[in-house]
Ligand binder design. Structure first.
Ligand SMILES: [Ca+2]
Ligand SMILES: [Ca+2]
Length: 198
């Protein structure tokens, strides 16, 4: 009891200056805590933003691996440095040519056996227009990109091109993948091709 009274007496004799400095140090303490909190919040926010950016970058990298011809246009398929579009609507050859041009591409030009095999693995027995025609001069087949027809790969079905009824001037990939000349006003699917975007 005597000790307790003495403690109270001791408290009572605290000088105003000492009380003031205690208050000041509490205020500084509170200020520093607030600043620490602000700094922590800032760091957490910064980390969140960085994580978000990292996720976006990683997502972009994964998409560019899975869809090298562009994630927004998943109908474009990648093969050997090129992007290929397999139409889901049937149109005449001229319209097919125009549709490909509207997509900044052209009707497909088939350069070799691997490309032929890729295309026929995707055409699955349906008939698709390709960028080969003798519409300007009968029997003078021309690739629409100027590729030399005579010197390059061909895959005509036996007996084709036949120019049946003297009215077949556009080439298609036929049911088994081989080429056939067909009336250009026939409604067919078509394949567009463009280089891989750089
Ligand atoms: Ca012809
Ligand atoms: Ca034919």
């Amino acid at each position: 009891m005597t000790g307790f009274v003495k403690m109270l007496q001791d408290t009572d004799v605290l000088q105003p200056v000492e009380i003031g400095s205690v208050r000041a140090s509490r205020t500084i303490g509170r200020y520093l805590s607030r600043e620490k909190l602000k700094t922590s919040s800032f760091l957490v926010g910064l980390l969140l933003v960085l994580s978000y950016l990292l996720v976006i970058i990683l997502f972009g990298l994964v998409l560019s691996e899975v869809f090298p011809c562009g994630s927004r246009r998943r109908e474009w398929e990648y093969f050997h440095g090129g992007c290929y579009y397999f139409a889901t609507k049937q149109v005449i050859w001229q319209t097919a040519k125009m549709h490909c041009e509207e997509k900044n591409s052209s009707l497909v030009v088939i350069q070799d056996n691997p490309e032929q095999n890729f295309l026929q693995s995707r055409t699955r027995g349906e008939r698709y227009w390709i960028g080969l025609t003798d519409i300007d001069a009968e029997g003078e087949w021309r690739w629409i990109d100027g590729t030399n027809y005579r010197a390059n790969f061909k895959n005509w079905k036996p007996g084709q091109p036949s120019d049946y009824n003297r009215n077949e001037d556009c080439a298609e990939i036929s049911a088994l993948g081989e080429w056939n000349d067909e009336n250009c006003n026939t409604q067919n699917f078509y394949i567009c091709e463009k280089p891989l975007p750089s």
